[in-house]
Design a binder for this molecule. Sequence first.
Ligand code: A4P
Ligand code: MG
Length: 181
Amino acid sequence: MTVAYLGLGANLGDARQTLKDAVVCLAQQHTIAVLAKSSLYRTAPIDAGGDDYFNCVVKVSTTLPARHLLRLCHTIEQHFGRERPFRNAPRTLDLDILLFGNSCIEEADLVVPHPRLTERAFALVPLVELDHEAIIPQRGRADAFLAGVHDQRIEKVATHQCPFVAPRDGRCGTDSDKLDT
Ligand code: A4P
Ligand code: MG
């Protein structure tokens, strides 16, 4: 089992909905468990044109080797209609492997940690939100790079917050318990 962090981005079509659906799609894979999901962020395009992006990061555990995880990411991108007319083109869904355990991989079509992770607020901010003490192998603490990307526009998107209801008297409580009284 390896803990990995995946960066999700989209700025074509119903990008917000696509990111939500993509997280569900990841969770449905029998080789992947979604451990946590960051907030959704609206971000300015970096080194790219087009509309604002929506970005988030998910923390997963997986039985897959990194290469197979990349293939799965590409399959899911295809499922959501990803096209690649040119580099950094607007996209319905981009799924990048940001971190894969402590691995450092340098192959032609797979580089981990993601080579531009430390330069991009849209990946760093949600990563640090998920794990304040995240370590980028061979680079150090992720939060140390936040100052370098402070000029990139990124704003948290307000989403519906479900109430957290703590168990009461050793059993599971619900809001209706309160309403009944
Ligand atoms: N590849 C190598 N390493 C990885 C990895 N760790 N994870 C290869 C995923 N893919 C990796 O990717 C190009 C090739 O990178 C793949 O064939 C894969 O084998 P791609 O998804 O086809 O194209 P891409 O994502 O456009 O390329 P690239 O170079 O990864 O772009 P970036 O750096 O991800 O930037 N601005 C905002 N606000 N939000 C964004 O999400 N995204 C980009 C894309 C630019 N600006 C953005 C955003
Ligand atoms: Mg990509």
